[in-house]
Design a protein. Structure first.
Lengths: 250, 250, 250, 250
């Protein structure tokens, strides 16, 4: 199977931008993109799962199961806004090969829908707390780098791992332009400050009308989902948690 | 090849339920499902093997070889009983990817036969012996959770690994409903008490007429098979065993 | 690619037996089968290589390269002899998945040529030197076990790893009968005593006229090939060897 | 996806030779081949990427992203020169399986373009610095070995890992002739002396008019690319580098 994509509908979009928001350092992208989905009331149109995701199910409060999955949403822009394809999910692939397969599939679907520009987000890990996180950028081409330098970002030096790097990297080989935007973060918990920072830049660039007042609510939703997936500690239930950390696969 | 399924026949079933019983903690599912097969005289209609199973053959008493394999049986319900597809076997897949491939294939076959509901069973590992094992549940939807809470199960908190989690998790993405039912167990040996507990709930729910008197016989059969596969210790032949634990693959 | 098979010709065979002889403990199978090929002047008709073989080339004395490969030979039996398909090679696959793919491919080709019986050979590792190695057997069915018990073999208890186990194990699932025959060996070097022992049984069973006088020559050829592949130590050139054990892959 | 090849054009070539130049010990091949591309003004006609490459993007000075990739160039020979297919890139595959897939794909494309001869280059690692590096050779056939012995190369004893070994090894199974030519090197940095040595032999053999005066420039270009990819240390910026060596994939 490798990667299976269930498409519920095939949206009609005009020159859409793909925005990535999978879990990563500080969950900067994950929060930012969930906030976009909530505020824009974006429509889920595809679910993707891969054999390189974790092989477990997870339970939420009322005993219902959730599965490692990636989802695609669309937003048809109003009055000058850009059309969007939004990649959201609770996991990246566990293996290098899986990451390639996942990104390949996402770019396939996006290209089919007319998309030629990809934005990936993330956290730039720091050892020390920073009050005003700086932004860092890398892009497929000089023009795009310039635009981001103009809004105050600095250039990323080094390697960009994971989906944030691959979508821009493979994308370039497939004729996409795009950039990766990172905000400084300690990276130890869902970081609303860093998320707000990248989100603001994205909204300005794409003329999106998004209210950031309720961002902290989105952070809470993210924190809850992550706890269920064991991606972050559940601070107030440590005793209860021990018990639930079992594996019963032989 | 990935996963190869040999179908001996394509049974005509009405709204069948898939019940999973592969080896896992305490072999709770493995025993329960073998007992169903024996008591209902279910018919084997498919054998599945995957490149992610162990790469060995195993010998049974008289020198005959057995191979890592999963099998599907069917039971056409009599007088009010639900039709069943029963998944039995001596192994799960060894890798995450393999587990996805295996579960994907099983759901494919089940869906083709009209199945939209999946039940997975297992043991919930405890450090201390429990006299009356409790039951735990997670399900694809609220209604199904409720039904199981009504028969005394509690909600699973955390992650459900292996085929027990995946069949329900991927199943949900493919339009299946279902649940995972676990019984507390030390998990160190084939646990007839825990098996009896889950089996009783399943039989009541599906109106299956199954005599549980001979369950201990089924436990013995299971213990024998597992010893051959090296999944559990052969208590009375330790000296003889050393000798037979060789690998001759370079 | 997974496994690529180059067929040079498609031989016309009558009810042929597949005999496996890949490298393994004591190189028992490898020697036995090479001797069959040499003495019967069997014809190479296929070369198989897999992405799960080692990723290197090897040089032989005059600077020519050799590659990890499996080969199939055929022998059309004369006067009462059984037709043969002989599997020879300088490697097994490196991964579990690879072993399945390799064996699946070999059984595909064999079945296509009318083969329904598979013999695998090997060494049964002992810690102490044995003067007269005993034979051990496991088979797909009782009748075949009996035949081998009649020639003095004992029953294998436990797990048979690698191609020797898989070909018989998967073979059974695909409608092949067959057996695995092992001879006791220290397993530290190409063992001509153990090889002679299994070869004698095979030749008797299949009415093959094979002269075993020159078996030690075959052992020498095997030793040479193995040294080139780094599978065994090159005893007389240790100084020279250090230098050649380099890797230049980054 | 495994390996994806984007062909920009399908060049018309006459009996071309494939020359491999991926990163390896001392970057001997990488430098030599890049120099051929620069001096011959070879045309890039294909880009290949595989799911077994690293899953990251890399940034170059001005913030632009580069991706792990292999590229194919062609050169139509002038006046007696041989037509060439040149394999260049910034990575080999990370896994054994990946190396097979990559080499298989490259041989497919080359065969399709009429190529039946493959040359791979590399460094032969030495512990001590050598002033005048010796050349070592292995080849698919005696005639080719002889030709290289005539220009002063010695025979490689042992195993040739990576693409340098596989292209010649698998190539032979697919009907290619060819050789692997290595020059002694410390292997710790891009080695212009070793590169010059192999390049000179190749140019003589294929009657290529290539000026080697500017080879040191090519070495500098190579060093720069490798630093961006983290394959070699960036000597003058160690302080700055610490900061950029982050991973932000969860």
């Amino acid at each position: 199977m490798v990667c299976v994509a269930h498409l519920r509908e095939k949206p009609e979009l005009t020159n859409p931008v793909l925005i990535e928001g999978l879990p990563g350092i500080g969950f900067v992208a994950n929060i930012a993109v969930l906030h976009l989905i909530r505020e824009l009331k974006a429509n889920r149109f595809a679910e993707i799962y891969c054999s390189s995701f974790q092989d477990f199910a997870v339970t939420v409060e009322k005993g219902q199961t959730r599965h490692p999955v990636n989802e695609l949403y669309y937003h048809k822009g109003k009055a000058g806004e850009r059309d969007l394809i939004i990649l959201y999910g609770n996991t990246q692939a566990l293996t290098t090969t899986g990451q390639y397969e996942l990104c390949g599939r996402i770019l396939d679907i996006s290209k089919e829908l007319g998309c030629r520009f990809v934005i990936t987000l993330g956290g730039f890990k720091r050892e020390q707390e920073v009050n005003t996180p700086k932004l860092y950028v890398a892009a497929t081409d000089k023009e795009t780098v310039s635009k981001l330098l103009n809004v105050g970002a600095e250039i990323i030096k080094g390697q960009i791992f994971g989906v944030a790097g691959l979508l821009v990297g493979i994308g370039r080989l497939r004729g996409f332009r795009g950039f990766c935007l990172l905000a400084e973060t300690l990276g130890l918990y869902p970081d609303s400050v860093a998320s707000r920072k990248v989100l603001k830049v994205i909204c300005d660039m794409l003329d999106l009308e998004v209210n950031l007042d309720s961002l902290d609510e989105t952070v809470e939703v993210t924190r809850n989902l992550l706890e269920n997936f064991g991606l972050i500690e559940r601070p107030l239930m440590k005793k209860g948690k021990k018990e639930s950390q079992f594996r019963w696969f032989v």
